[in-house]
Design a protein around this ligand. Structure first.
Ligand code: C5J
Length: 225
């Protein structure tokens, strides 16, 4: 018989209780092109230091999860080299000079297999940790994430990564509709825009936790120690 152990994390709008056997750490899009100086994000004029502050807290959380043998999954936003999974609307959105698939500072932008598309070395996945390649903002759209979580009995997610208001929020909303409980450590998610960081988190925990719970990595680490 499986022995359940419940961990209680102080969170908003109220404590988040999780069972490590059915709770995975899901790191969203911690990719070089979004986070590294000289990458695509910075080329677009974004201040990557706004995202990089999430690296250290993620490292600590990831190390704690790995040390306990708990489940970890990663995602990457990107497309096939032939762009066959890239909606034309996404390609031309923004009317930028450089778009997805074009040559960027770290290879072709958001194309699988290119240097910039890969996950930063600080949080690099272990061979045992599934990496979900997603063509959209949400990690459930056109991926096998839901099947993997179901096969592994996962019902709860600690969601971290970038950016708070785009891929993190979209994924949490998708997860919520599929019946998962999501906890977001606020220092482990980040946005290029401080106001979106704040509002992105407020939207999750509003109305009694309409999409999930918000806490921080220290509270989670204390709760599991
Ligand atoms: C964006 C993401 N912002 N991972 N991607 O385009 O949030």
């Amino acid at each position: 018989m499986k022995i359940l152990r419940t961990v209680t994390v102080p969170a908003e709008p109220y404590s988040f209780e999780f069972d490590p056997a059915i709770c995975a750490l899901l790191l969203i899009d911690m990719q070089r092109d979004f986070l590294e100086p000289g990458g695509f994000g910075e080329m677009l004029g974004n201040d990557v230091s706004q995202l990089r502050r999430a690296i250290e807290p993620n490292k600590k959380l990831l190390a704690a999860w790995r040390a306990r043998g708990w489940q970890v999954l990663h995602t990457r936003e990107g497309h096939r080299p032939d762009l066959s999974d890239l909606p034309p609307a996404k390609k031309i959105r923004g009317h930028g000079k450089t778009c997805i698939g074009d040559e960027g500072p770290m290879g072709r932008i958001l194309i699988r297999g290119e240097a910039g598309h890969d996950i930063i070395s600080e949080l690099y996945p272990l061979p045992s940790e599934p990496v979900i390649d997603k063509p959209g903002k949400g990690a459930f759209f056109a991926t096998d994430l839901h099947a993997i979580l179901q096969n592994r009995g996962i019902k709860q997610l600690i969601v971290t990564g970038v950016t708070t208001e785009v891929c993190v929020n979209t994924t949490i909303r998708e997860a919520n509709d599929r019946g998962y409980d999501c906890l977001v450590p606020s220092d482990c998610v980040a946005s290029y825009f401080p106001e979106f960081q704040e509002m992105g988190l407020r939207m999750i925990k509003a109305q009694g936790g309409i999409f999930g719970w918000v806490s921080d990595s220290e509270k989670i680490l204390t709760a599991i120690s």
